[in-house]
Design a protein around this ligand. Sequence first.
Ligand code: 0X9
Ligand code: ZN
Length: 307
Amino acid sequence: RLSNERYYSHEEIINYIDDLAQRYPKRVYVKTVGWSYEKRVLKTITITNGDGKFGKKLIFMDGGFHAREWISPAAVLYVIDQLVENFQENAYLLEDYDWVILPLVNADGYEHTQTGTLARMWRKTRQPYNYLGQTCYGADPNRNFDFHWNEEGASSNPCSDTYAGPNAFSEPEAVVVRDLMHSLSDRGIMYLTIHSYGNYLLYPWGWTSDLPDNWQDLDAVASTGAEAIKNATGTVYTYGSSTNVLYIAAGASDDYGYYAGFNVSITMELPGAGSIGFNPPVTRIEEFVTETWIGIRAMAEKLFELY
Ligand code: 0X9
Ligand code: ZN
């Protein structure tokens, strides 16, 4: 069973979902969807209720876009654990929707942050870029999507933490997410991407202060998540459009997912803890991931009403 007492490595995450697929072949399916720049395997886990019905609506969720945000893959693994191992209680969440989950997008960056304190704050991918005779590593995968790419809130400097890349989709990890989005978007109701930190539930747009046509649905989903968490633990989440409640930043996966056809697209920024916000001590993983699950479950329920 999943441990909430430590952070998993890339290899452990892969082994964890592979093992679930072995143990629950009727309900769980694991697929290789690509490789990181340093050739780490990227896999999705698709979770169903095992009724064999194809073409259901779906929720696509990912974690670990940003290397240092360790609580993100941990929270995503907990969602997987709940949907698979706690199936009796959560079967209703799989009745009309399948869940497709990519627990760790930025596998190279994540592994890099596990190599020591100096690397712990790494955010980007690990593809090298030359800049004025020096090498700087990585682009921000959440600035690398080809939708208003590099227009606002992103940098053209390869040494910046928000480097958009030399061109859109320069990072293989972003390409993997893009291709998944396009293959899933005709059935895709919600795209949910888990980050940290700051307690936000953000919806499009993040490239302009304008709101999408169905912003009232987006707001209803986000507020339902925030309300459920507040009622359960007292933790306060701020919700609204990315640009209006956080900052403008174009080329992110949330805007791209919405543009690609998902009815709802949400970036969830989990709470911060530890000395740098990005490093909640292992003793607090359980608290954070269970709280996050309450919010995600409530948003899914709202979605079933709306779509
Ligand atoms: O800046 C980001 O990529 C996200 N925050 S983080 O601290 N995890 O880096 C927020 C992205 C919000 N979405 C858009 N601006 N489109
Ligand atoms: Zn992030």
